[in-house]
Design a protein around this ligand. Structure first.
Ligand code: SAM
Length: 194
């Protein structure tokens, strides 16, 4: 358990969005859903204290590239210290295309973002950046807590995924996570003009 993670949650609950980091079981499900093992370039958004970062790096092919974009400077520092050599930048998911300038398009985007804590326009802005950045054959994967996904906000977010991707699939629920969660994995982007 990362003390820094909990402290950053208490300071900025609307940005960090979860008190506990994701479990190793959810990280394994995420890595599979995001097809990390066959990816050329993995982009992670919102690594937090690195719950997904470690398993991503362990499963990355030696020639594949990795970049993480984390909004909170302290958490970016934590994850850089844990995984020296991994490229972690402090930045916002609303600026993905700028962070990716001259680097090509990731074919796997892993999100740890707390979508439920975001307003409508922030969700739209980040999803637009994701669909503009993802390689044509790429996959976008993001977790959601099981239960809240059936509430109004959760259903609205699912509709947004359906509006941005032709295919939206879900993994089985991972009960070995607090709270239980599953992963959306989405392919075939639709460019939404807003
Ligand atoms: C729920 S935590 C998830 C951390 C980790 N991936 C996990 O699953 O345990 C969400 C993370 O997203 C980061 N974050 C929130 N909004 C962001 C944004 N707009 N751009 C980049 N990172 C953001 C937070 O600072 C936090 O580290």
């Amino acid at each position: 358990m990362s003390f820094r993670f909990v402290r950053e949650f208490l300071k900025s609950p609307g940005t960090v969005g979860a008190v506990w980091p994701s479990s190793p079981a959810l990280a394994t499900t995420m890595v599979r859903a995001a097809r990390v093992q066959s990816a050329d370039f993995v982009l992670e958004i919102g690594p937090g204290n690195g719950a997904f970062t470690g398993p991503i790096l362990e499963n990355l092919r030696p020639e594949a590239r990795f970049l993480a974009v984390e909004k909170c400077p302290l958490l970016a520092e934590t994850v850089s210290e844990k995984f020296p050599g991994a490229r972690i930048v402090v930045g916002c998911a609303t600026q993905l295309t700028a962070h990716l300038k001259d680097q090509g398009n990731p074919d796997s985007i892993v999100s740890g973002l707390p979508w439920a804590a975001f307003g409508d326009s922030l969700q739209d802005s980040i999803l637009k950046q994701i669909t503009s950045s993802l390689a044509g054959h790429g996959v976008f994967a993001s977790f959601a807590y099981f239960g809240p996904h059936r509430l109004r906000a959760g259903r609205a977010f699912r509709r947004k995924l359906d509006a941005h991707f032709r295919e939206v699939e879900t993994t089985p629920v991972v009960f070995a996570n607090l709270p239980p969660a599953f992963v959306y994995f989405c392919t075939n982007t639709i460019q939404v003009d807003r």
